[in-house]
Design a protein around this ligand. Sequence first.
Ligand SMILES: NC(=O)CC[C@H](N)C(=O)O
Length: 227
Amino acid sequence: MKFAVIVFPGSNCDRDMYHAVKDVLKTEADLVWYEGSNLENYDGILLPGGFSYGDYLRCGAVASTSDIMKQIKVHAAKGKPVLGVCNGFQILTEAGLLPGALLRNEKLSFMCHQEPLVVENNETIFTAAYDKGEVVHFPIAHGEGNYFCDEETLKELKANNQIVFTYQNNPNGSVEDIAGIMNKQGNVLGMMPHPERAVEQLLGSDDGLRLFQSMIQNWRDMYAANA
Ligand SMILES: NC(=O)CC[C@H](N)C(=O)O
C-alpha cells in the first residue's frame, strides 16, 4: 500500500505522519507537495496536521480550495481511503468531504496533551484492529478542535455509525464528545487527535499503530480479493 502525505505551506505534522507510515510501519509513502503532484498512483491519502496557510480565514479554509483537493475528491469518490488528522480534519470539513465544522476550543486556548479516546465504531477500515468501546491514548494539539454540527447532521452521524472516536474527558467542547467522524461511505476519516504521534512507546503511547495497520490490512484484503 502506498500512501501520499500531502504537504501544504504551513503543514507541520507531515514529517510525523511520514515517519509513522514509512519508518515505523515500513509501508511505501511519499511526502507530496500540494502543487503540481499527481495522486493517481497512491492507494491512501494522508492529510496531516499543521497550520496550512497560517490558519488564515479559518483553519483549513484556504487549503480546501487548492487544486490537489480536486484530486483528493476523485480519490475519495472511488472509495479509496483518506485520513485527515487535526488540520487535515479541518480541511476535509471545509472541502465538504465531511460534515460539520471545527470551532475554537471552548476555553479559547491552544491545547497540547494526551487524551483518552473511546473507539465508538470498530467496524471501519480505520479501526478494525481495535475493540469496540476500547479506550486508547492519542495526543491532541489544536486551537480549533471543537466539533460542531446541526441536530439533523448529528442524527445522521449517529444513524449511520459515522462517529468513530469520542473523547472520554471532552477537552474542547465538541458536540457529543466527538473526536473523529467518517463519511457515510466509510472511506474518509477526520479526527482531531494525532494517531501518528502515538506509534512508539517512547512517545507515551503506541495506540495509533493499529489505526494504520487497519488501513493497510483492509487494502491487502481488497487487493487479494481483486487479484
Ligand atoms: N496540529 C494541528 O493540526 C493544529 C490545527 C489548527 N492549526 C488548530 O490549531 O486548530
